[in-house]
Design a protein around this ligand. Structure first.
Ligand code: BGC
Length: 863
């Protein structure tokens, strides 16, 4: 039994050797790669130490569990580096092998009162983004140098003129009265002996933005709003330089004279303070002034470990033309793809000349940019040249949702190049879908891009207009598609905190989180609060997520239960199955997005039942027997109430009999066995005969439509609807030129609620991975387990689905052959897969079996 150390990859808090860990029970995960990938784990042992002191020795634990094992040792101290090792024994046939690897993690600052110094703010009367400067001298380079920093709203940090890290629009948005995210950087490589300069530029971000939209929406600024400020502890070995009102920290207005997330940025190069963040610069005290001590926003300071917002894909123009009267000076540029980010422009001109870049999703009839659907968001950047010659510019403290930009320039300016740069939370893509039908591949890609454009430290509804909020009703349907497609755990842990930060004493959560707009308590379609942690648990086997939030979830569901009418149902008259085709909506209010075709309370009550079903599973997993019984009982009562209030036995349908009305009960599996056939037939009749394969659903039920069709073996119907190209359908959007999914089923460009980059209607696309590929995680306390039960429609030749789990890649491919179907499955390390052979086929006479890690190729015979 030898020890082999290569190939064992180890993570702490889902990262390699992380900094700034603020969890007293960090989670360890590991996996084997390479040729040992087909082994299974017998046992693990974890040790954690600091210096010579062992803080935790798990002992040898005989289990296959290799994900999210929580540290159970002595209390961790702030700003301390810990070492850990993971040793595992694995089995391959008769043989066992041992593997061991070592890593480190370093803690952040656990308590607010462990920070040195105080919050500071610049004092001058200007709207310009401040430059804050702190000079310090080093006689020798420190062994360890860490920067703990938070600048609100947004910060851009340099040391000796070099940008620290890659983050943009940082730190993430929170309710700053409850939670403030700070960053930790290892800054050793930026330092030098002699004079050093820390430079921080502050943007307004969400914290300090003022905007007419706030007035319009809520009649005031958000309650967490404040003025620019920062807090910083720069530790170099035992020395700490901290923000203080000591005359060492000085500030001046910088060249970004205006900045706003919604409106964009104005940069006046003539106001640049050349060399301000470099050693040797002599600040003139007329221009610079001392900063002042101020109060912080009050929230707990938490280290930000979710993936940062950075620049990503860059796109070149696919079309450009001169437009308008002064045809030499205005250009319309098409990047061919709707996205979120900014333009990066290289131009030549003379000092004082300016360029305005306007952003938008659609072109008007006259060929110019149409920004009406951005509502009050001005979405434009302005660059004034500070010197003659060639220069580059992109904004820093804003982002835009756009496919087109319109450039208006002073005569004589020459544009050398322009690129559209994606800017978003860089969660990693972990899944892929390919099939013999390019149309499906295209829709899949479109759904993925729409989701990507809406991840900016918060899952937003849209990236372009005066909104960009974490709408909880949208997320109630969106969460699954994103968890399948991206590495979302740390991102969503942060958003779960946003949700709990916004939770009221009585358990209610509002419509958006971080909250400032929408109802409070929110409408009852907010179940993502319960559904999301459960899905994360299923994918990552991480109990902490359900444990940590359990009491919050319980309170939330109990609150909703307390809101039932004497009939035992939830009242609702607003969102429901929001934004169906306008032909199915109530006209004249709610932007023609409130469904007219079904009682909203059917959806809210069904969601409450769904909440109880999931709470039953969560409480069971956590061993909370009493709660488990309680939620089971409530679920049963809700079921009875739904049948009584909404089911019409003589007609065989729920509510008003529309698709949405029948879908939710079918999805939940609560339709009485004797009635199920009728209800399902009613659904099919509505789809195929009454609506010729079109949906009548809104943002919630479209996804359930696909779930139900697949579950009931109607995969051909699901495929047919995905291929539909006439109104209303996603295909119609594509036919009308959409490159990301719209908010409305109609092509709208007017100044109303109509974003062209809105993930909610794309939530159903998860069916490609889940239905056609058959991929589904199973809850398991031991090790990862997956169900694989693909569906094979008549009119598709092959499908290939991949997903990179913590244990490695799971891959499923099926392909029709002359006789039967060839199916290939790659099961990653230490993972179990329960395969169910698709309808109509058998494998060696079998329908269901279990596979362990390895590569499998099988021929399925028609049944
Ligand atoms: C948002 C939606 C949201 C809705 C609810 C809209 O403005 O963009 O995504 O579901 O409001 O009222």
């Amino acid at each position: 039994m030898g020890k082999i150390n290569d190939n064992l990859e180890i993570l702490c808090e889902y990262q390699k050797n992380p900094l700034g860990i603020q969890n007293q029970h960090p989670r360890f995960s590991w996996r084997l790669t390479g040729e040992y990938g087909d082994t299974q784990q017998n046992s693990y042992q974890i040790q954690v130490w600091n210096g010579r002191k062992i803080l935790w020795n798990s002992g040898e634990i005989f289990t296959s569990k290799n994900q999210a094992v929580s540290y159970q040792g002595q209390e961790l101290q702030s700003r301390t580096e810990y070492h850990f090792s993971v040793e595992i024994e694995v089995q391959r046939g008769e043989k066992t092998f041992c593997f061991k690897n070592w890593g480190t993690f370093e803690t952040g600052i656990f308590q607010n009162d462990q920070w040195k110094g105080c919050w500071i703010q610049p004092v001058y009367d200007s709207d310009a983004a401040p430059l804050i400067r702190r000079r310090f001298f080093l006689q020798q380079l420190p062994k360890k140098a860490r920067l703990y920093i938070v600048g609100l709203g947004y910060q851009e940090i340099t040391i000796n003129g070099v940008k620290v890290g890659n983050a943009r629009l940082d730190p993430g948005w929170t309710d700053y009265r409850k939670t403030i995210l700070y960053r930790v950087y290892n800054i050793g490589k930026y330092l030098k002996i002699g004079e050093n300069v820390l430079g921080v530029e502050l943007g307004k971000g969400w914290y300090a933005m003022t905007h007419p939209f706030f007035e319009k929406a809520i009649g005031r600024q958000p309650d967490w709003n404040g003025t620019l400020k920062m807090l910083c502890n720069l530790w170099m070995d035992e020395t700490c330089i901290c923000t203080e009102e000591d005359g060492e920290w000085i500030a001046t207005p910088g060249p970004i004279v205006e900045n706003s997330i919604y409106d964009g940025e104005k940069y006046d190069g003539q106001l640049e303070k050349t060399g301000w963040n470099l050693p040797g610069y002599e600040p003139s005290m007329g221009e610079w002034s001392r900063v002042r001590k101020t109060e912080g926003p009050g929230g707990a300071l938490i280290s930000q470990i979710l993936p940062e917002i950075t620049e990503g894909v860059r796109r070149k123009p696919v079309y450009a033309e001169y437009i308008g009267e002064d045809s030499d000076y205005t250009m319309l540029i098409d990047f061919g793809q709707n996205m979120a980010g900014w333009a990066d422009i290289r131009l030549e001109g003379q000092v004082g000349q300016k360029v305005v870049i306007r952003y938008g999703e659609v072109k008007g009839r006259d060929g110019s940019l149409d920004q009406r659907n951005l509502r009050l968001a001005k979405s434009r950047d302005c660059f004034i040249l500070g010197r003659d010659g060639i220069q580059s510019y992109h904004p820093k403290f804003t982002y835009h949702g756009f496919r087109y930009v319109q450039i208006e320039m002073d005569p004589g300016i020459v544009i050398h190049s322009i690129e559209a740069v994606e800017v978003r939370s860089q969660v990693k893509r972990v899944a892929d879908f390919k099939s013999s039908d390019p149309w499906l591949n295209r829709l899949y890609e479109m759904g993925r891009r729409t989701e990507e454009s809406n991840l900016h430290s918060v899952p937003t509804d849209c990236p372009q207009r005066d909104e960009r909020l974490g709408w909880v009703n949208d997320m109630t349907i969106r969460y699954e598609n994103s968890v399948y497609n991206f590495e979302m755990l740390l991102f969503y842990e942060k958003w779960m905190r946003d949700l709990t930060d916004s939770q009221d004493e009585n358990g209610a959560i509002p419509d958006t989180a971080p909250y400032f707009f929408g109802s409070r308590p929110g409408t009852h379609i907010t179940s993502v609060f319960v559904l999301l942690p459960w899905l994360l648990y299923r994918f990552y086997g991480d109990r902490q997520i359900i444990e940590e939030y359990y009491e919050h979830l319980k309170k939330y569901v109990l609150f909703k239960l307390s809101q039932r009418t004497s009939e035992g149902i939830l009242p609702e008259n607003y969102i429901g199955d929001w934004a169906p085709p306008m032909t199915e909506a109530q006209w004249g209010w709610g932007e023609n997005a409130v469904p007219a075709n079904c009682p909203q309370s059917l959806f809210t009550t069904c969601y409450l039942l769904y909440d109880c079903m999931i709470m039953e599973k969560i409480s069971d997993t956590l061993g909370k027997t009493e709660d488990c019984g309680l939620f089971a009982q409530e679920a049963s009562m809700l079921n009875t109430a739904i049948q009584k209030n909404f089911y019409h036995p003589e007609k065989g349908y729920y509510g008003s009999g529309t698709q949405g009305c029948n879908l939710f009960p079918l999805f939940l599996g609560i339709v009485p066995q004797t009635e199920k056939g009728k209800v399902f037939q009613n659904l099919l009749y509505d789809i195929t005969v009454l609506h010729q394969n079109h949906i009548t659903t809104g943002n919630q039920m479209t996804k359930f439509l696909y779930e139900v069709l697949v579950k009931e073996g109607e995969v051909d119907q699901a495929l047919k609807m995905t291929r539909e190209k006439t109104y209303p359908s996603i295909g119609y959007m594509v036919e009308q030129g959409a490159t990301t999914i719209w908010e409305r089923w109609e092509l709208l460009t007017v100044g109303h609620m109509n974003s062209h980059n809105h993930p909610m209607h794309g939530a159903f696309l998860v069916w490609l991975l889940k239905g056609l590929g058959g991929l589904e995680p199973v809850p398991s306390g031991k090790g990862p387990e997956l169900n694989v039960h693909p569906s094979i429609p008549k009119e598709l030749d092959w499908v290939e689905v991949k997903r990179e789990s913590l244990n490695g890649e799971i891959r499923i491919k099926w392909e029709k052959k002359k006789k039967g179907v060839k199916m290939e499955i790659h099961v990653p390390w230490n993972t179990k897969v329960r395969v169910r052979i698709p309808e109509g086929y058998l494998y060696q006479g079998e329908k269901e079996f279990l596979l362990k890690s390895g590569n499998y190729e099988m021929f399925l015979n028609e049944q």
